[in-house]
Design a protein around this ligand. Structure first.
Ligand code: ZN
Length: 237
C-alpha cells in the first residue's frame, strides 16, 4: 500500500525535470519575483570585490570562446575583464548592503504635512531572468511623520536597489519598504514605469509596451490620497 501511494504521488524523474524546466521558463517570461528580498547565498560577501572580478573574468571569457569568438583580437581581448568589473563595481554594486547610501533624516521644521512627490527619477537596472536592461522613471512620494529626508536621497535609494539583477515588482517593493523604514512611516507610494529590453529586443519583440508597477502604503491606500499622487505623476513638465 505504502509503495503504491509513493508511486502515485511521486512524478517520474523525466516528468519532474519537464515540470522544473517549465517553471523556469514561466518565471522567465512572466517576470515573477519569488520574494521581496533578493535571494542571496550565505557566502555572498566572503569574496572581496577584487576577488569577484578575478573570478568572473575567466567565466565570461569561456562564454565568449564557446560562442566561437577569438579573444586574441584586440577589440575582444579586454572584454571579459571589462564585463567582470562592470558587473561588480557598477551594474550589481547594490547587491552588497555595505553600498546602501546613507539616509540622514532631518526634523520637519516647516511642519510641511502634505505629500511630497519626487517624480521622473531615471533608473537603469537589469532583468534577473535575461541579464539585459530595463529602465524608465520612478515616482516616489511620502507624507512626513515628523522627519524629512534630502531629496537626492530618494534618487540614491532608487539607484541602489536598481544596481542588482531585478524584476520590476521586487524593485518597486524594495524601494517602498526601505523608504518606510528610513522615514519611520507607512505613508509611502512608488510608481515605476519601465521598458524591458528582454521584451522589446528579443522574445515577442514588442517595442511599444511599458510595464507599470506600484506600491501604496499607509494613507496612500486611501482613494483620495492615491488619486492625488497619481494626478501629480500625470502632470507633464
Ligand atoms: Zn527579462
Amino acid at each position: 500500500m505504502k509503495l503504491k501511494e509513493t508511486l502515485l504521488t511521486t512524478p517520474l524523474k523525466e516528468e519532474k525535470l519537464a515540470i522544473d524546466n517549465l517553471l523556469i521558463e514561466e518565471m522567465g517570461d512572466q517576470h515573477k519575483a519569488s520574494s521581496v528580498e533578493t535571494p542571496m547565498r550565505a557566502d555572498a560577501f566572503d569574496k572581496s570585490d577584487d576577488e569577484k572580478i578575478a573570478a568572473i573574468e575567466p567565466h565570461f571569457k569561456a562564454i565568449m570562446e564557446i560562442l566561437g569568438m577569438d579573444l586574441r583580437d584586440d577589440s575582444l581581448r579586454g572584454t571579459p575583464l571589462r564585463v567582470a568589473k562592470m558587473y561588480v563595481k557598477e551594474l550589481f554594486q547594490g547587491l552588497n548592503p555595505a553600498n546602501m547610501p546613507s539616509m540622514t533624516l532631518f526634523e520637519n521644521k516647516f511642519q510641511y504635512n502634505e505629500m511630497l512627490v519626487e517624480k521622473n527619477i531615471n533608473f537603469y537596472t537589469n532583468c534577473e531572468h535575461h541579464f539585459v536592461p530595463f529602465f524608465g522613471k520612478a515616482h516616489v512620494a511620502y507624507i512626513s511623520s515628523g522627519k524629512v529626508i534630502g531629496l537626492s536621497k530618494l534618487n540614491r535609494l532608487v539607484e541602489y536597489f536598481s544596481k542588482r539583477p531585478q524584476v520590476q515588482e521586487r524593485l518597486t517593493m524594495q524601494v517602498g519598504k526601505a523608504l518606510q523604514t528610513v522615514l519611520q512611516t507607512q505613508d509611502v507610494a512608488i510608481m515605476m514605469d519601465a521598458k524591458h529590453l528582454c521584451v522589446s529586443s528579443r522574445g515577442v519583440k514588442d517595442d511599444s509596451s511599458n510595464t507599470i508597477t506600484t506600491f501604496f502604503g499607509g494613507k496612500f491606500q486611501e482613494e483620495n490620497t492615491k488619486m492625488e499622487f497619481l494626478k501629480y505623476v500625470e502632470i507633464k513638465d
